[in-house]
Design a protein around this ligand. Structure first.
Ligand code: ADP
Ligand code: ASP
Ligand code: MG
Length: 838
């Protein structure tokens, strides 16, 4: 047979790549973009079709003709719609539609044979499910033709030769090699594109047999082998082979290059991305495979080949297979008796039960291994039979089966000769309190597998992934370019303002999303991110006074429960943003421990007892996390930032003083302008400058907390209770209800008028001033000269003055709006962006 001069390129399009007519059209474009190189195309069924066909078989066995008819009708319509969209010309379209109709008629007839049978024979199921691939191959071939690329449909039955294990057939390489050359070479020689359905072939008995779920990957590599292809591209709905299943480990990364043996190991241990035996045909063939993103055909995806060196990561990827049972054979009689292990596995082998993990305790008292749950009973029975003698002599105690297990496999060529990998796996799991039921190191030394309870498997994978820092795998691009996930603690005015700001941030390199919002009632969490629209809807509901726990998808929980629930999801670069005014130190500790960075607008935790606030900084340091808190002082003004910049540049800050309360600033500047105190307070309330109860501001505590936070930056060792704080609330006003306090406010007017008058005699005005050094915190009313900078500050503005070694005679002054939800949210956003920046 003449071979084409250039080695062909085998493309396989997976189900997701053929979801609908638009996807098929895109596949056609990808194929055309590679022409004129010799091209072979293998296709899966359209997305979801194989599952639907399995359902057809079940429905048919159940004997409900109506339900069967409607399932088939849905499938027929779906294919017909794709054909109509893809084939504009009437004759081609009509002939395709009648082929589709015929295929489903036949299908109905075949399926109907199953009615009332005790179980579905694998041979018939294979005939039913292969329909999906046949139709999509016809559709792709016809679409190529109408788009101007010569294409020919090839019947897989003429090419792929299998054994008779229906549902799970193995290919016959030699026979397939011969057939492929005979059927496909001539098409390539005609410069046309052969399009062949994946997933099945013909068995020696002449029946159609499928290669097992995901089998079209295997069809592609079989053809690549037979045709001596130059490369294989597997077009999938992922950016490549990832360090872990992205549905389980959100920060999984693309692995740029993987050795064939590593990829084979991953596939064998259940990574759903490749058929477990897909790589076998290419062993020793030097034909690279590329797992490529259908959505982004320019991207190289992952190269799998035998040329890839081990690299510097001992562990490259991990995967888990659920639905496993652990079988343990124990007994004293096993000690030193040769051949027990061999007999165990021979017994299983004779029943064609494949064992995926074996571990023998060093005491040789037990052998344990895992098998798919479905085979557990069979496996146990065969072992009880095999060891009947030994059991009756009590040399073997018995055979124990534990279902509900999963095997997590950690894979990497580089672990050969790298000590400590197993220890790393163990300590990662131990840190999460995850119990390891069994462990085995593959004899190839390129994997370590652990058996854990199936329910623990996702958390186990996330922990191992993090422990080996797989999200940093060399050169691997991230799936979601750069991601930062935000947990909003407190969803009041500031939280709502922040969510609006967040939705407007334009930073294509970094996607930020809100994963959760928490209030006192509970939380709303979506590991895929709460969309801006939904966030706005939640904000609107909250604005109307409703609680998160009562809103759709809201869950009641304490704040601690909410954070620990969310932390269980291994978010990517999570940030907890505390916008409450509560004592949240314990929650923040927990968030840090779970790897979250913190952004605070809440002053209380950092103004809490020294012991408490120090502990937060220490935990952050120990865990490598950051705490940013610009909005705790002066809302959005860059005060904390300025302090750090001064210090980083070698300056020494001696004293910080100024006006730190928008509310008190407003009230006192009004009073200094001759307005009665009571009226000034009421206007401040009306303008939204105060807390709901204005006494919270008038007491000076809010300013005292800000001052304490600043003082602690300078090294002040004291507590809030040691700060000198002048309260504008007289003793009699503390115990009243809010209403009575407001009613009696005018009683204060004359006192304030006399203070203002006294000050003006001295050419001064009243301001509420905070002053902090490393030794002292004082906040209270001061008469400041009308010519001073502080006197010029009006309304709710803040002003901060830094007196430093460098700025000594001419202090550094920062002035601007210091209160309000908008500006506070802006300060918080700034911190979030800083974290995002590095
Ligand atoms: P195809 O469309 O070719 O049949 P599959 O759906 O069989 O592709 O395989 C792709 C899916 O495999 C992805 O959607 C992903 O969820 C899953 N997957 C599991 N483990 C991995 C991994 N390590 N890398 C990439 N994808 C993975
Ligand atoms: N369509 C089959 C399946 O869903 C084969 C494949 O996709 O490779 O398993
Ligand atoms: Mg697949």
């Amino acid at each position: 047979m003449p071979r084409p001069r250039r080695a062909p390129h085998v493309h396989k399009f997976g189900g997701a790549s053929l979801a609908d007519s638009a996807a098929v059209q895109r596949a056609v474009e990808i194929i055309q973009s590679h022409r004129p190189e010799p091209t072979v195309v293998v296709v899966s069924a359209m997305a979801g079709v194989t599952d639907a066909l399995v359902a057809v078989a079940r429905q048919a066995r159940g004997g409900d003709k109506g339900a069967l008819g409607s399932l088939i009708e849905q499938l027929r319509t779906r294919h017909e719609e794709a054909a109509t969209a893809l084939l504009p010309e009437l004759p081609t379209r009509a002939s395709m539609i009648s082929r589709i109709a015929l295929a489903f008629q036949e299908l109905e007839a075949v399926a109907w044979e199953l009615r009332g049978l005790p179980e579905i024979p694998a041979r018939i199921l294979d005939q039913v499910v292969s329909r999906g691939e046949q139709l999509s191959a016809l559709l792709v071939a016809a679409s190529l033709e109408v788009s101007g690329t010569r294409a020919e449909y090839v019947d897989a039955l003429d090419v792929i030769v299998t054994d008779d294990t229906f549902g799970q057939a193995s290919p016959d390489f030699a026979a397939t090699d011969r057939n492929a050359a005979a059927a496909i070479m001539p098409i390539l020689a005609r410069k046309a594109v052969p399009v062949i359905p994946g997933f099945f072939g013909k068995s020696p008995s002449g029946n159609l047999a499928t290669l097992g779920r995901g089998g079209s990957d295997l069809t592609a590599t079989l053809l690549a082998r037979a045709l001596e292809a130059g490369r294989v591209s597997l077009w999938k709905d992922v950016p490549g082979l990832l360090t872990a299943d992205p549905r389980v480990v959100p920060d999984a990364r693309v692995i740029p290059k993987l050795h064939t043996r590593e990829a084979a190991e991953l596939a064998y241990y259940g990574a759903k991305v490749l058929h477990p035996r897909a790589l076998i045909p290419l062993t020793g063939r030097n034909i690279p495979i590329y797992v490529r993103p259908f959505e982004n055909p320019e991207s190289p995806g992952t190269e799998v080949s035998e040329q890839v060196p081990a690299g510097r990561f001992p562990v490259k990827a991990l995967t888990a297979a659920g639905g496993q049972a652990l079988i343990t054979v124990t007994g004293n009689g096993m000690l030193g008796v040769p051949g027990i292990a061999a007999r165990t596995f021979a017994a299983l082998h004779s029943r064609q039960i494949s064992v995926s993990l074996i571990s023998q305790a060093s005491s040789e008292h037990s052998i344990c291994f895992s098998v798919p749950e479905a085979f557990a009973v069979q496996a146990r029975d065969s072992l009880l039979e095999e060891f009947r003698e030994e059991i009756s002599h009590r040399e073997i105690d018995g055979v124990e089966v534990s279902p509900g297990m999963a095997t997590v496999a950690v894979v990497g060529l580089g672990m050969h000769g790298t000590p400590g990998v197993a220890a790393g796996v163990f300590s990662a799991l131990a840190a999460g309190d995850l119990n390891v039921v069994a462990i085995a190191q593959g004899s190839s030394e390129l994997n370590i597998s652990v058996v854990v309870a199936a329910a623990d498997a996702p958390e186990a994978q996330r922990r191992i992934h993090a422990a080996f820092r797989l999200s940093r795998i060399a050169g691997g691009s991230v799936i979601r370019p750069e991601q930062m996930e935000i947990v909003l603690l407190g969803f009041g005015q500031i939280g709502r303002a922040l969510s609006t700001l967040l939705s407007r941030v334009e930073r294509p390199a970094l996607s930020m999303r809100v994963a959760a919002v928490i209030d006192r009632s509970g939380f709303v969490f979506d590991p895929d991110g709460i969309s801006p629209r939904r966030l706005a809807a939640l904000a609107a509901e909250k604005g109307k006074g409703r609680r998160l726990a009562d809103l759709p998808k809201g869950q009641p929980a304490t704040t601690l429960e909410a954070v620990s629930h969310i932390a269980g999801y291994a978010l990517t670069r999570p940030v907890l943003v505390d916008l409450t005014a509560d004592d949240t130190a314990d929650v923040l500790e927990q968030a840090l421990t779970h790897g979250m960075d913190l952004v605070l607008a809440n002053k209380r935790p950092l103004a809490d007892r020294q012991e408490v606030s120090n502990a937060l900084w220490q935990t952050a340091r120990a865990r490598g996390r950051r705490i940013l808190h610009e909005a705790t002082v002066g809302a959005g003004l860059p005060i904390i930032d300025t302090y750090h910049k001064l210090v980083e540049s070698g300056d020494r800050v001696y004293r910080i003083e100024g006006l730190l309360s928008g509310t008190l600033g407003y009230v006192l500047s009004q009073v200094s302008d001759g307005i009665p105190f009571s009226k000034a307070v009421r206007t401040a309330m009306a303008k939204g400058y105060t807390e709901p109860d204005p006494r919270d501001d008038l007491s000076g505590m809010d300013v005292a907390r800000k001052a304490l936070i600043l003082a602690r930056l300078l090294g002040y060792p004291g507590e809030l209770s040691q700060s000198g704080v002048e309260s504008l609330v007289p003793d009699w006003g503390r115990t009243l209800s809010r209403e009575s306090f407001l009613d009696r406010l005018p009683e204060l007017d004359s006192y304030w008028k006399s203070r203002v008058d006294a000050a003006s005699v001295e050419n001064s005005v009243l301001r509420y001033v905070a002053s902090v050094t490393a030794d002292e915190v004082a906040v209270g009313v001061q008469a400041v000269s009308v010519t001073s900078a502080l006197a010029s500050i009006k309304g709710s503005d803040n002003q901060l003055v830094f007196i430093t070694e460098r700025y000594n005679t001419n202090p550094l002054v920062i002035t601007g709006p210091g209160a309000g939800a908008e500006v506070t949210a802006a300060g918080v956003l700034n911190d979030i962006l800083r974290l995002a920046g590095g």
